[in-house]
Design a protein around this ligand. Structure first.
Ligand code: GUN
Length: 296
């Protein structure tokens, strides 16, 4: 007879992000009362990629929810790198803008590296610049990379201890896996293994994980047999898949085969509603921090 599986805890990023937004809204109201500057977040969107538009819509809504000022700047996908750079310099120098983001992906003719490094680090609320990446190992971080910052906050608010734990991070991207790994080591005191597309025998690593983080962008990459019994699984993947039952015609799935993995876990994040809303909450937290640094 099969032993019944223990129910897992669903890590509710949506709920936590609402709590964070309420905390931020209260701070904005306090600043307003005290006659201090209201945070102003600007968005730069190049081209008309549908997914990017959805992400930006969600970020704009979050600004409205907490009472931030915001500016939307759109450019055609034919814009040259030089012209885009000039716009970034203008936003860098705009005294009223406290933080801004350049939504990715950018068209192929524009270098993400060069564009990202044009952003003033103290306005880089995505935490994408090299300065902010390095900030992870600083005693006084400037602005944390938003996605891993959101993941760490989610663990903290669910009282998930990382010290001495075996953490396996699948994916070594600049915006998620690489900074997350460093945060887990530095702030989380974890033992960290980073796996990526060149890793051989991926399952041999993932099965060792007390906490497994996945940020690759491949639906169904992590299957039930790749996770140890009782593990905690954090799915950072956000993949658009066709879903004719939805008015938009698509749905979101992560990198984890949720149906078969969840019954083995003690905790797991859903997609949507897990890490995604936390990235937006981090963006808002970073914008508040950027504003407080400029206008204490
Ligand atoms: N594209 C996908 N995720 C992100 C993000 O967190 N920030 C930006 N700027 N672009 C993205």
């Amino acid at each position: 007879m099969q032993t019944p599986t223990k129910p897992y805890t669903l890590i509710d990023g949506r709920k936590i992000s609402i709590e964070i937004k309420q905390e931020i809204a209260a701070k904005v109201a306090e600043r307003k009362q005290a006659g201090k500057k209201i945070p102003h977040l600007a968005f730069i969107l190049v081209g008309d990629d549908g997914a990017s538009q959805t992400y930006i819509d969600n970020k704009v809504k979050a600004c409205k929810d907490v009472g931030y000022h915001y500016t939307m700047m759109r450019f055609a996908d034919t814009i040259s790198e030089e012209k885009l750079s000039k716009h970034i310099t203008a936003v860098n120098n705009d005294e009223d803008v406290d933080g801004f983001i350049v939504q990715l992906p950018l068209p192929a003719h524009i270098s993400v590296e060069r564009i990202t490094d044009r952003i003033r680090p103290d306005k880089d609320v995505d935490g994408f610049t090299n300065r902010n990446f390095g900030s992870i190992i600083s005693k006084v971080p400037l602005l944390m990379p938003a996605t891993p910052f959101g993941v760490m906050e989610l663990l903290r608010r669910y009282n998930i201890e990382t010290e001495g734990k075996n953490c396996v991070v699948v994916g070594a991207s600049r915006i998620a896996g690489a900074p997350l790994s460093m945060m887990l080591v530095q702030q989380g005191r974890a033992t960290v293994t980073i796996c990526h597309k060149y890793t051989q025998g991926l399952a041999d690593y993932t099965r060792q994980a007390d906490i497994l983080f996945v940020a690759v962008g491949k639906p169904g990459l992590i299957t039930g047999d790749m996770v140890k019994e009782g593990a905690i699984v954090i799915d950072i993947g956000t993949n658009r898949v066709e879903d004719r039952s939805k008015p938009s015609g698509f749905g979101l799935v992560g990198d984890v085969d949720f149906k078969n993995v969840a019954p083995k876990c003690s905790h797991i994040t859903p997609v949507p509603g897990g890490v995604g809303p936390m990235t937006i909450a981090s963006l808002l937290l970073n914008t508040l921090r950027a504003t407080e640094l400029r206008h204490p």
